[in-house]
Design a protein around this ligand. Structure first.
Ligand SMILES: Cc1cc2nc3c(=O)[nH]c(=O)nc-3n(C[C@H](O)[C@H](O)[C@H](O)COP(=O)(O)OP(=O)(O)OC[C@H]3O[C@@H](n4cnc5c(N)ncnc54)[C@H](O)[C@@H]3O)c2cc1C
Length: 407
């Protein structure tokens, strides 16, 4: 809809505007984010190619000159004779479609169109803010310092419990209160539910508030001491192969360095590797497990695809990966070919599987990370992951070329 209408965060006339940071995160082959980019490059992603062409030095990260990046993408799109651009706000999802349509209106989808999406998928399937707790990797937890148990139950339960004694809780509380928080943007006005307040807001209400909230120790006995801890942080498994653990009830606006500092005070989380950091921001996104398939087609109408951040992924690279799948599969649908499901041995595949997995009732937005690969100790097995990612993408590329050439 730019330049006729802007969201509160967009300012440039060009396409592919990076509204905040100019970094696409890691380009290292040994990081999940780097593997995702290599897969997209192999599949000829215009966005990743443009990012590489406008790269500026930033250590292991792929940071770009944002003006050059946007200009390069815009030129490529505008000079493509097969693409026609309409600079208009779309108000409605058309009915009775007989050809593919991709909805990629992003985290700040305009209000009127949001209503149309809501009517299409049901208002229970659309969120306007994300309120995210951090996720840590199983590999990085200090197993000497946690115990498994479910509240009020005997035996080894489903939760990992990270106990704190009074002294540790004191230090944790002080660090949390004094941590730096990210300010909300002017256009963000979140209304918190009492049941999911940011931890720092809870902490401001008093020293013991967290001990009666997400850090309550009741119903939990530490088998090593036989006693109830002073406070407990509980971790809930985020995936079936138990490589990712969600810090229960710890949605936060703390800055990333502060999240690392504050949680490192907890003995079990001393060296925790964060697969996702906590956050709270304005974000329009669909509840994908209920609404889309792993081909990114909507469950209600196979001609309607969702792509970008609105699918429940988080970040520039992840969003454009969803654009790539939707683009590729919409051409296949147009040519009456079976849409491709990316296997979960690839970064693209495991991210898509996570957001569309109907075993999950509701998801919070997810970034790419090694925990999504269905393999034990993913960091240790990084070479295996890289190999299967490469094989998988080459196979998909060849299959796609052969099948589309046949049409
Ligand atoms: C304030 C803010 C800061 C962010 N910071 C970062 C960051 O630092 N790093 C990071 O990786 N990610 C960040 N994100 C997330 C990032 O914006 C997304 O990951 C990425 O831009 C999503 O790409 P997209 O194509 O899905 O949506 P967008 O890039 O938002 O593109 C969607 C486009 O659709 C247009 N549009 C919306 N409604 C309509 C309509 N009805 N009709 C026509 N056009 C419409 C919008 O104007 C926009 O141009 C941030 C998001 C926000 C809101």
């Amino acid at each position: 809809m730019k330049p006729n209408k802007y969201s509160p965060a967009h300012k440039s006339d060009n396409l592919a505007e990076l509204v905040c940071s100019n970094s696409f995160k890691s380009i290292s082959e040994d990081k999940a984010s780097g593997i995702l980019k290599l897969e997209m490059l192999e599949l000829d992603s215009l966005i990743i190619k443009s990012a590489l062409r406008s790269k500026i030095p930033a250590g292991g990260a792929l940071a770009v000159d944002r003006e050059k990046f946007s200009e390069y993408v815009t030129k490529n799109i505008k000079n493509n004779p097969l693409i026609e651009i309409f600079e208009e706000e779309v108000l409605l999802i058309p009915k009775d479609l007989q050809s593919p349509l991709i909805i990629a209106t992003g985290p700040l989808t305009s209000e009127k169109f949001t209503k149309s999406i809501e009517e299409f998928i049901g208002n229970e399937n659309l969120s306007f803010y994300d309120s995210i707790s951090p996720i840590v990797s199983a590999e990085s937890l200090d197993n000497e310092n946690y115990f498994k148990a479910s509240r009020y139950e005997d035996g080894e339960g489903d939760y990992i419990n990270c106990p704190l004694n009074e002294k540790e809780y004191n230090s944790f509380y002080e660090a949390l209160i004094n941590s730096e928080k990210i300010e909300f943007h002017q256009f963000e006005k979140p209304k918190y539910f009492e049941g999911c307040l940011p931890i720092e807001v809870m902490a401001e209400r008093g020293f013991d508030t967290l001990r009666f909230g997400p850090m309550k120790p009741v119903g939990l006995l530490n088998p090593k001491t036989g006693k109830r801890p002073f406070a407990v942080i509980q971790l809930r498994k985020e995936n079936s192969h138990e490589s990712m653990w969600n810090i229960v009830g710890f949605q936060t606006k703390m800055k990333i360095k502060d999240q690392k500092n504050v949680f490192s005070i907890v003995p079990a989380l001393r060296n925790a590797e964060f697969l996702r950091f906590g956050s709270i921001h304005r974000n329009t996104y669909i509840n994908s497990p209920n609404t889309i398939l792993n081909t990114l087609q909507s469950k209600k109408n196979p001609y309607i695809f969702f792509a970008g951040q609105i699918t429940g992924v988080e970040g520039y690279s992840e969003s454009t990966a969803m654009g790539l799948i939707a683009g590729l599969n919409s051409i296949r649908v147009l040519k009456k070919q079976e849409p491709i499901v990316f296997p979960s041995t690839s970064a693209i595949g495991c991210l898509t599987k996570y957001i569309s997995n109907s075993d999950n009732k509701k998801i919070d937005p997810m970034n790419i990370n090694l925990g999504l690969f269905e393999i034990n100790k993913p960091k240790k097995n990084i070479e295996k992951i890289k190999k299967s990612s490469k094989e998988c993408i080459i196979q998909i590329k060849e299959r796609n070329q052969i099948e589309l050439d046949l049409v």
